[in-house]
Design a protein around this ligand. Structure first.
Ligand code: SF4
Length: 102
C-alpha cells in the first residue's frame, strides 16, 4: 500500500522531470558578445575582432582553445569555460581573463 501511495505521489514529479529533461540535456548555449559578462571581459567569438585599443596586450594567437580555463576538447569548435558558467565559448574566441595554457 505504501509503495502504491508513494508511486502515485511521485507520478506528477516524473511528468515534470520528463518535461524539463529535454532542456537540461540540450547543448549549452553559446556565449553572446552582448552578454553583460562578455561585454565587461571584452569577449569576442573571433579573437581577431578583439578591441586592440581596449586590450593592448591581446595578440591574435591568444584563443580560448589555448586558454588554461577552456574545458572543450582539442579540435572542438566550442567548449565550456568557468568564466561563463553553463555556456560555451568559441575555441577561436578570447576574453580578458585569458591565461595561456601551460
Ligand atoms: Fe576564453 Fe579563457 Fe576567456 Fe574563457 S577565460 S572566455 S576560455 S579566453
Amino acid at each position: 500500500m505504501t509503495s502504491r501511495r508513494t508511486f502515485i505521489k511521485l507520478m506528477p514529479l516524473a511528468g515534470v522531470a520528463a518535461a524539463i529533461a529535454p532542456s537540461v540535456f540540450a547543448a549549452p548555449a553559446a556565449v553572446t558578445e552582448t552578454d553583460p559578462q562578455a561585454v565587461s571581459l571584452g569577449y569576442k567569438a573571433d579573437t581577431s575582432k578583439v578591441d586592440a585599443a581596449k586590450f593592448p596586450k591581446h595578440t591574435k594567437d591568444q584563443k580560448c582553445g589555448g586558454c588554461q580555463l577552456y574545458q572543450g576538447k582539442a579540435g572542438d569548435a566550442s567548449g565550456p569555460c568557468p568564466i561563463f558558467a553553463g555556456k560555451v565559448v568559441s575555441a577561436n574566441g578570447w576574453c580578458s581573463a585569458y591565461v595561456k595554457k601551460a
